[in-house]
Write a protein that binds this ligand. Structure first.
Ligand code: PGA
Length: 249
């Protein structure tokens, strides 16, 4: 019922010279693979336009990593959802923990950004996840519930919202939660989404796991109940690794 999504987040990595990796992914995204999973790469905003042109008609979609909540105006250095759509993006990651930390983004900011993305007809990938201290204090479920209630637009639908569970302590560290912890969190996220999204949409909404996903652990994580794909950072920079993760679906 839910088609898995394998999304790559390049973060602040990637020049035009690196776009060959996305072309290699497009080449490797066979019809059989495209039937199994949706594939998306979110490179830096500076190369979205070129990456889009390089992937027209292939199995790789191009997305962005953040946007401003407003459509236009006096916001020096910011990029709106409309601008990203104009450049060819079909999805935008919002509320990544690095944005929440580096730019003090709050749940309400994330929700406003998600609404801007949806309003532009793009997919909003809304990130949530607890810190190590929160998990150790037994607060992981409560923290993520609070983030979801604050960040996910009420009445949204599975067609324009994806949730990515990314424990902050698992991002870029090589550490991952146990499979039981991932499954418990994803089931709880779906339950919470039932109280936020329009009726029947939580069951259809894709919930991605992110945080140190790599070719060697992708199969077991992607096989868990309520895990509908992955948000991949470091391992999405190389076509071979990204395609191996997608192939593990
Ligand atoms: P990682 O990053 O795969 O390098 O841990 C994931 C993310 O931050 O989206």
């Amino acid at each position: 019922m839910r088609k898995p999504l394998i999304a790559g987040n390049w973060k602040m990595n990637g020049l035009r010279a690196d776009l060959g990796e996305i072309q290699a992914m497009a080449k490797g995204a066979t019809v059989a693979l495209r039937r199994k999973a949706d594939l998306l790469i979110c490179p830096p905003a500076t190369v979205i336009s070129k990456a889009t042109m390089n992937t027209i008609g292939t199995g790789i979609a191009i997305g962005a990593q953040d946007c401003h909540a407003k459509a236009s105006g006096a916001h020096t250095g910011d990029v709106s959802a409309a601008m990203l759509f104009d450049a060819g993006a079909t999805a935008v990651i919002v509320g990544h923990s690095e944005r929440r930390t580096d730019h003090a983004e709050k749940d309400a900011d994330v929700k406003a950004k998600a609404e801007a993305v949806i309003g532009q007809g793009m997919l909003a990938i809304i990130c949530v996840g607890e810190t190590r201290a929160e998990r150790e204090a037994g607060k992981a479920l409560a923290v993520v519930r609070r983030q979801l209630r604050g960040s996910v637009p009420a009445g949204g639908s599975a067609a324009d919202i994806v949730v990515a569970y990314e424990p902050v302590w698992a991002i870029g560290t090589g550490l991952t939660p146990t499979n039981a912890d991932i499954a418990e969190m994803h089931a709880d996220i779906r339950k919470t989404l039932k109280g936020i999204l329009a009726k029947g949409e939580a069951e259809k909404c894709r919930i991605l796991y992110g945080g140190s996903v790599k070719p060697s652990n992708a199969a077991e994580i992607l096989a868990l109940d309520d895990v509908d794909g992955a948000l991949v950072g470091g391992a999405s920079l190389k076509a071979a690794d990204f395609l191996a993760i997608a192939g593990a679906v």
